[in-house]
Design a protein around this ligand. Structure first.
Ligand code: ACO
Length: 320
């Protein structure tokens, strides 16, 4: 028994912010951002929230799969930017959709969140008690940026992507996941500090900080290794893979992975140009785009790969 993706959906905020728009509010240029990252614009939440986008993406995925919310046994949301500490985003989604019998919870694996969620669904299916899952990556990263820090805020965007996954004989062929907490400091954002009547704490709210070059080195080494491992476990040659759907952090990372795997860039669909990096939502949003325009057909081999804060990483080989 394995897990098969049978429907996808996504949702992006209405407001688009181009590099040229950013030029007007900070010391940056379209040329700097585009040449170093490939990003040209991103969607930024104004009315939307992590939960509202996740719900919309979920509805679209359910419709795409032809599945009713009442059929769901499990809802897993990968997010680092939930609207509330509790209840979880997943519980709010469960309530709104009327997915009454679903077990619902959030996970934090940063940009690997969707891959980790998929793996959790797969493991729950193996128990035999769960048959249908909704796996979501949803983020409002714009609220976690220091908009005075041009080295981070230009990289990220907001949005949500979802997939309906069901227990099946074919689907996920192989998966790998990994974590390296010892190097977690290269990409972090602190939560509320200890705060109670027994401490004096005037620490300001923290925002995302990143040592970009360390994250780059981590990504270009770890992602090809993870992909080669799932391909080996699945007994599949890179040439047999139709598309590699990677986390959309930076075009240079994707180019380096393509080169390492000796595969043409045409096999690496991208949307970072118009979306930026949406952490856990990047992979499912791109997968939804690829799915909806009919780029993948039944039986195609597709590789998904996520990597990010933690550090964490995950890859999956799918028989679509
Ligand atoms: N506009 C203009 N200048 C800028 C900007 C900006 N937005 N940001 C930084 N600079 C300047 C810096 O101040 C610095 O100037 P200085 O030399 O006068 O001090 C100069 O550009 C170079 O800065 P670096 O940080 O060294 O730039 P680098 O070439 O390393 O590029 C980048 C930064 C794009 C983040 C790169 O390190 C990278 O690709 N990292 C990969 C990590 C990544 O993509 N992370 C995304 C999130 S993590 C994830 O999803 C896994």
């Amino acid at each position: 028994m394995t897990a098969r993706i049978i429907g996808t959906g996504s949702c992006l905020p209405i407001k688009e912010v181009s590099n040229f728009d950013l030029e007007k509010i900070m010391d940056t240029t379209d040329e700097w951002i585009k040449s170093r990252t490939g990003i040209e614009k991103r969607h930024i939440a104004v009315e939307e929230t992590t939960t509202s986008m996740a719900i919309e993406a979920a509805k679209r995925a359910l419709e795409n799969a032809g599945v009713g919310a009442e059929e769901l046994d499990l809802i897993v949301v990968g997010t680092v930017s939930a609207d509330r500490h509790f209840p979880s985003t997943a519980c709010e989604i469960q309530s709104t959709l009327g997915a009454d019998k679903a077990v619902a919870f959030d996970i934090n694996a940063a940009c690997s969140g969707f891959l980790f969620g998929l793996s959790i669904a797969n493991a729950y299916f193996a128990s035999g008690c769960f048959k249908k899952a909704l796996v979501i990556g949803a983020e409002t990263l714009s609220k976690m940026m220091d908009w005075n820090d041009r080295s981070t805020c230009v990289l990220f965007g907001d949005g949500a992507g979802a997939a309906i996954v069901e227990a099946a004989d074919t689907g996920i062929v192989s998966m790998v996941q990994g974590s390296d907490g010892a190097r977690g400091g290269v990409l972090s954002c602190y939560n509320r500090p200890v705060n109670n009547p027994f401490v004096t704490n005037d620490t300001a709210l923290d925002y995302t900080s990143m040592t970009g070059q360390e994250v780059y080195k981590f990504a270009v080494r770890t992602v090809p290794e993870a992909i080669l491992k799932v391909l080996k476990e699945g007994n599949v040659n890179p040439d047999e893979v139709k598309y590699f759907v990677l986390h959309q952090a930076n075009i240079r990372i994707i180019e380096a992975v393509a080169k390492r795997l000796n595969q043409p860039m045409e096999k690496f669909p991208t949307n970072l140009q118009k979306c930026g990096n949406i952490s856990a939502a990047s992979v499912p949003i791109l997968l939804d785009e690829v799915n909806r325009i009919g780029m993948i057909n039944k039986g195609d081999k597709v590789v998904l790969a996520g990597f990010g804060a933690g550090l964490t990483w995950g890859a999956a080989l799918l028989d679509w």
